[in-house]
Design a protein around this ligand. Structure first.
Ligand SMILES: *Cc1c(COP(=O)(O)O)cnc(C)c1O
Length: 393
């Protein structure tokens, strides 16, 4: 290989961030450890208030993960057996998994290839008398057109639970995501825009009744200690994570602006290259670029990404990814298999070809290195390697 191996550029990296805030985070952590109070208390309440203020809702309820926020959201709206929930087939499994976990049925409608988000023209075809809610996913940090989505939900009397796991800080028409639907669900997994040093999540809402129910359900169904009103779960946010999140929340807008600058630089360098489709930003909103995801159009004539054994076919994208890796550039495939074709959802009766855009996009996407501290020089290395791979394949 003629290309000399430089320092490996990972898809995601927390080292530089730790250099920036390590001391502050360490001091806050020590203070919590010394306090001897690790569950609940002032650090959690403080973070919940700060986060609600940041998102622009009256309430934020901390919990154990983004998955739990979604689960608690569905439970708080009494969605369960016999109900249907419409969501995207092109997302992390958790978005649909929690629908199944509460006993309801996920219904997938196709996405838009430019934004990777739900195609709003197709949602109504998925609505039945059993439909109770829509879960729009603001994938990779990019907003769904919430004006239109809320209008659709309104006219069918449906709840809207926003999956904001990848979009903390993003807006639709100058309003933060997570404050437009009935409930917003956030993940503080370390690779998210606002990441904890472990697991964490939150649900946001303007509605005091829903907020009280979320609080009750995350604490074993208790409003008062040892009086149980519902079967809840243990899904609290640790004081340690809350204290760390309060510190990191102060940096979030700066980090998101850095991600925007990185996305702009990628756009400028990659747009002219044949064989690459850069992600389209939707007018009317701002993305926070949790991922910068390109498409490498797949000219193969496969009608689905699955081979006869139910495994994934190799695509040109997979070859490029391997070659990038050899040149010291990490990249990720979010997501190689759309949810309607997952083995666990065979029982739902979807087949390949049913949601053609999600299936095609799953064969073509490649997420390039993206984190606030990624330098222009590193970006040039990524693009240089990518060009080289495209010539080879
Ligand atoms: C990360 C993620 C989740 C789940 O969040 P966890 O905190 O990992 O449970 C849900 N939906 C999407 C779109 C995600 O990216």
């Amino acid at each position: 290989m003629w290309c000399k191996r430089v320092n490996f550029i990972p898809p995601f990296d927390l080292n530089e961030q730790f250099k920036l805030i390590g001391e502050e985070v360490g001091a806050a952590a020590l203070e919590i450890l010394a306090s001897g109070r690790y569950i609940g208390g002032a650090p959690v309440e403080q973070f919940e208030q700060q986060f609600a203020h940041y998102i622009g809702t009256s309430h934020a309820i901390g919990c154990n993960s983004g998955t739990d926020a979604l689960f608690l959201a569905l439970r708080s709206l009494d969605i369960g057996a016999g109900d249907e929930v419409i969501t995207s087939p092109f997302t992390f499994i958790s978005t649909a998994g929690i629908v199944s976990a509460v006993g309801a049925k996920p219904v997938f409608t196709d996405i838009d290839a430019q934004t990777f988000n739900l195609n709003l023209d197709q949602i109504e075809a998925g609505i039945t008398p059993r439909t109770k809610a829509i879960i729009p996913v603001h994938l990779f940090g990019q907003p769904v057109n919430m004006t239109r989505l809320m209008a659709i939900a309104h006219s069918h009397n449906l709840w809207v639970i926003e999956d904001c796991a990848q979009s903390t800080g993003a807006t639709w028409q100058d309003t933060k995501l997570g404050s437009i639907g009935h409930i917003g669900c956030f993940s503080f997994y370390p690779t998210k825009n606002l990441g904890a040093c472990g697991d964490g999540g939150a649900a946001t809402t303007h509605d005091a009744t829903i907020a009280a129910k979320l609080q009750m359900l995350r604490d074993h169904g208790q409003r008062q200690r040892y009086t149980c009103e519902a079967i809840g779960v243990n899904s609290r946010l640790d004081a340690l994570q809350a204290a760390i999140l309060s510190i990191k929340l102060r940096y979030l807008d700066t980090w998101n602006a850095q991600r925007q600058a990185i996305a702009d630089r990628y756009d400028a360098m990659l747009q002219p290259l044949p064989g690459i489709v850069v992600p389209q930003a939707i007018a009317g909103g701002t993305s926070v670029w949790n991922q910068y995801t390109i498409r490498l159009p797949d000219s193969g004539d496969r009608s689905s990404g699955l081979n006869q054994d139910g495994g994934l076919n190799q695509t040109g994208r997979d070859q490029v990814r391997q070659q990038l890796q050899q040149q010291g550039i990490g990249s990720m495939v979010y997501y190689p298999m759309p949810l309607h074709l997952q083995p666990v959802y065979a029982e739902l009766g979807y087949g390949s070809g049913d949601l053609p855009v999600a299936e095609q996009v799953a064969r073509e996407v490649l997420s390039l290195p993206m984190f606030p501290e990624l330098s222009p020089v590193q970006q040039e290395q990524v693009v240089y390697a990518l060009k080289d791979c495209l010539i080879q394949t």
